[in-house]
Design a protein around this ligand. Sequence first.
Ligand SMILES: NC(=O)c1ccc[n+]([C@@H]2O[C@H](COP(=O)([O-])OP(=O)(O)OC[C@H]3O[C@@H](n4cnc5c(N)ncnc54)[C@H](O)[C@@H]3O)[C@@H](O)[C@H]2O)c1
Length: 367
Amino acid sequence: MNNLSDSMHNLMMFYKDKSCLVTGGFGFVGGHVVDFLLKSGAVVHVLDIDTSPERPSLINLKGLRDKISIITADITDKDTMEGAIDETKSSIIFHFAAAATVVEKAMDIPYATVMANTMGLVNVLDAVRKLDHSVYSVLFSSTDKVYGEAAELPYKENETPLRAIGLYDAAKMAADVLAESYAEVFGVNVIIVRLCNLMGPYDFNIDFRLIPKSMKNIYCEGQPPELYFHSLSHWRDYLYIDDAVRAMLLLAKQKKCHGEIYNMPGCKFASTPMMINDIVDKTAEIERRFDGGLANQIIDQGAKIVMGKAKHVVIEKQHLSGEKIKDAIGFVPEISFEEGLEKTILFYRSYFQGLTEKQATAQNPEE
Ligand SMILES: NC(=O)c1ccc[n+]([C@@H]2O[C@H](COP(=O)([O-])OP(=O)(O)OC[C@H]3O[C@@H](n4cnc5c(N)ncnc54)[C@H](O)[C@@H]3O)[C@@H](O)[C@H]2O)c1
């Protein structure tokens, strides 16, 4: 066994037989955490407002429903949350549930966004505070958007001021600050992780996120990906989901991380036009193994610039320092951007084309 698999084995052994509650487990990030926990032999409880079997989600598509206990609940309901946390006797809670499709949706439902993204976490932390059984750790998924527009990059946990203005961003920032309060004032073992943009399979926020949306444009509509004029100067960090999951599971395992804040750095810092170019090039490269005509069409079409002003507050550049998480748990991304992007595109290719994953990854024998 090499070092990597040794450390993964240790990580999985830690979670074996542990009772874990994953809020928002039917979403993108939560689904991958559920998958990892099940592979580790954990007892997994998933709480989500939408747990229907028809919903596109990792849990449903991988047939995991029978392996977990499902709680259909709204995180803004204080009493229900208290009951759920008490009854599951969870020793580790991963809190992902949120109105997470970011800016566009938050603009339409401001009150609900604040309730879910701020009070949802408060309900979890307050329930933990009152419980008679001890919760080993609560991992809260915050966001790089809490920093807002900063004079200096990269954002550093203990130096960069929090300047979130957008509604989603500010609601997350409030939760992020309150998490620190609950740790400091009540000794709740919460860990705050400020995530960058994650990419990977099973993200069904298709109309809101760059890669899934571009895949839909290409594979469902025969159209080029859209590049918004107002996003031409945006820069973001990108990280493959498996690396993010590994880091979060490592953080939740470590006592020394309780009460601390960690940035989750990317494996690539790129402008939005650079990302769109990479998506087009990689999709064409993959498609050339299957359908040369479509590969040529993808290259010829390139990207479509969509004019217009942003309706919401947007941050020009978001960039996280990864020094603190590296010092604490030795985390650095292991999956390269190219590999992560390829895996992600292959998933959506198969999903949108209705092929099995095996068919989608098989090489074209004529090539
Ligand atoms: N995906 C990213 O790149 C990214 C980046 C930064 C931060 N985050 C944070 O990570 C978390 C997970 O993000 P995601 O990408 O998996 O989002 P997602 O939208 O795929 O998943 C969120 C889940 O929360 C559930 N939910 C929403 N409101 C709820 C409520 N009131 N009660 C119970 N469940 C509710 C949804 O049904 C969904 O299953 C979020 O808190 C998000 O803010 C994600």
